[in-house]
Design a protein around this ligand. Structure first.
Ligand SMILES: C[S@@+](CC[C@H](N)C(=O)[O-])C[C@H]1O[C@@H](n2cnc3c(N)ncnc32)[C@H](O)[C@@H]1O
Length: 292
């Protein structure tokens, strides 16, 4: 029997994966999104009312369903960056220290790189990489809109294929962020054309390239260095199954670091934030330490 495609196939695939949880999860994926506004310290912006906070986020922020579009303050820098609270977790997991050498392998449009820059305080090295030239332009724009030029001296933007990086550079970074391209099911559900074209082969193909990028990340991080792997996918093929494959193919070269956060839930190898229980996500992350 040929696998189901389109909206029916999508429903069937995720109902099998999430069981009884799927109807509520699907409903929450279609609900309005909340946002976190991360304050840009260089803009000197202050919220007029007492901001709402998400426990565990180390950046000054506020939470709302919708905020006015980010805008420049008198200082000449954009006031805040809007994101999903779960997208801040990989940065918390990286535990960046000023002076470290860091690469964000799939960096555009640049929200997580901006947070990395705030943590590194212009010390060490931050490489923001993305294969897409158009999307790299957005990284440059964000850095110029949010940070003084003098605060970007440790920042480089590159355009390599993350899965091949290890052919040119090995054991070079203290920390690696791999926020991988993924199925982004929330976007698929919101877009009837994308949903009509959905097929189960898609997540399988994406998982192949995600694994290649993670294997590359493990080569380019230094021994004892940390790789954070993350996606906004619901498909387990792109989440825990990628780490399972790393155990099969790179046994003995890494150990898993278990992290807990104030929202979300543990999975076999990592942490997942789903909107039915938290109002944030979907988001998945796993933390890997290179040991050999
Ligand atoms: C999930 S988005 C990254 C979002 C980003 N980390 C942020 O927080 O703004 C994935 C990115 O990976 C890039 N990409 C896809 N394949 C790639 C590859 N083989 N090497 C490097 N970048 C890639 C895409 O252009 C896309 O911008």
């Amino acid at each position: 029997m040929t696998p189901l495609k389109g909206p029916e196939g999508f429903d069937h695939f995720y109902a099998e994966m999430y069981g009884e949880r799927w109807p509520r999860l699907k409903e929450s994926l279609l609900a309005a999104k909340k946002h976190v506004a991360i304050v840009n310290p260089f803009s000197k912006f202050k919220f007029s009312e007492k901001p709402l906070t998400v426990t565990g986020l180390s950046f000054e922020h506020d939470v709302k369903e919708s905020f006015p579009q980010p805008d420049k303050t008198e200082e000449g820098y954009t006031n805040y960056y809007l994101m999903d609270a779960a997208s801040v977790l990989p940065i918390e997991a990286l535990d960046l220290q000023p002076g470290e050498k860091v690469v964000d392998l799939c960096a555009a449009p640049g929200g997580k790189s901006f947070l990395c820059a705030l943590k590194l305080q212009n010390q060490g090295l931050l490489v923001s990489n993305d294969r897409s030239a158009a999307r790299r332009a957005r990284i440059h724009r964000i850095f110029d809109d949010y940070l003084p030029k003098t605060e970007q001296k440790n920042h480089k933007v590159t355009g390599h294929d993350a899965s091949k990086w290890c052919l040119y550079e090995k054991s070079a970074y203290d920390k690696v962020l791999l926020d991988a391209p993924c199925s982004s099911e929330r976007h698929v559900l919101e877009d009837s054309k994308e949903l009509s074209q959905w097929a189960p082969g898609r997540t399988k193909a994406i998982a192949v390239s995600q694994f290649a990028m993670l294997a590359s990340a493990l080569d380019i991080v230094k021994k004892e260095g940390i790789v954070v792997y993350s996606t906004c996918a619901l498909s387990q093929l792109e989440n825990d199954d990628i780490i399972r494959k790393l155990y099969q193919k790179r046994a003995g070269r890494f150990e898993l670091i278990r992290k807990e956060f104030s929202f979300g839930e543990p999975t076999e190898f990592g942490w997942q934030v789903l909107p039915d229980t938290t109002g944030w996500g979907p988001f998945y992350l796993a933390v890997v330490k290179r040991i050999k």
